[in-house]
Design a protein around this ligand. Structure first.
Ligand code: ZN
Length: 212
């Protein structure tokens, strides 16, 4: 479910629709959280879908750490990519505002955190645009994303959180707020990480344990 102070707006014919703030949203706000109405498709379910449905999933879903396609039921599926995203995830099923977001500003995410199945070119116009988003961006860039999201995570208890009641793993999150070394890294979401621990080579021992 997307934060209530957002709405869908048309960006342009090339990009299509996007998610915009209807009020200022402070850094540390949970702007999206996985909820009971979001649909999750295991790989074998995706394979059994007709081609048109598979194409829609490729456009509108993301892939979680167990390799499942997740299709948001609301305008959460219209978050656009930016290489300088103002929203990122840590290792839980929510997205955080990692900067203060102004009223009228578009909320963006980094699709590199969402396990894209194929590389795709990026023309997001951010000064640090990477030019391409790659399936293994999470392994190469995850530490930087963790650093960018960490400050925002520890602001979670200090700003209004209208989505808190639907956030999963709240006890674990509260534990990480009290003991920062428990904070789950973004690698927790890497495609198939929970199923293929050998792909965690290069991560820290602590991260590998959490993925097992
Ligand atoms: Zn870009």
């Amino acid at each position: 479910m997307v934060h209530p102070h957002t709405e869908l707006r048309f960006v342009n014919p090339h990009i299509g629709w996007g998610v915009f703030a209807t009020r200022a949203i402070p850094k540390g706000t949970i702007v999206w959280a996985l909820d009971a109405l979001d649909q999750q498709f295991a790989p074998e379910q995706v394979a059994s879908l007709p081609p048109y449905a598979q194409r829609q999933l490729q456009i509108y879903s993301y892939v979680d750490g167990r390799g499942r396609h997740v299709l948001c039921w609301d305008h959460g599926r219209f978050f656009n990519h930016s290489c300088n995203a103002n929203c990122l995830s840590v290792g839980y099923d929510f997205e955080l505002a990692i900067r203060d977001i102004a009223e009228g500003e578009e909320l963006t995410d980094d699709y590199g955190t969402l396990n894209p199945g194929e590389p795709f070119p990026c023309g997001c116009a951010a000064p640090a645009c990477r030019g391409h988003v790659l399936p293994d961006d999470m392994l190469r860039l995850g530490n930087g994303w963790d650093a960018a999201a960490r400050d925002a995570f520890f602001l979670v208890p200090t700003v209004p959180q209208p989505l808190w009641e639907i956030v999963r793993d709240r006890a674990e999150i509260e534990s990480a707020l009290a003991e920062p070394e428990r904070l789950r890294p973004i690698h927790h979401h890497y495609r198939g990480a929970a199923l293929t621990p050998s792909r965690t080579a290069g991560m820290t021992a602590e991260v590998t344990v959490s993925l097992l």
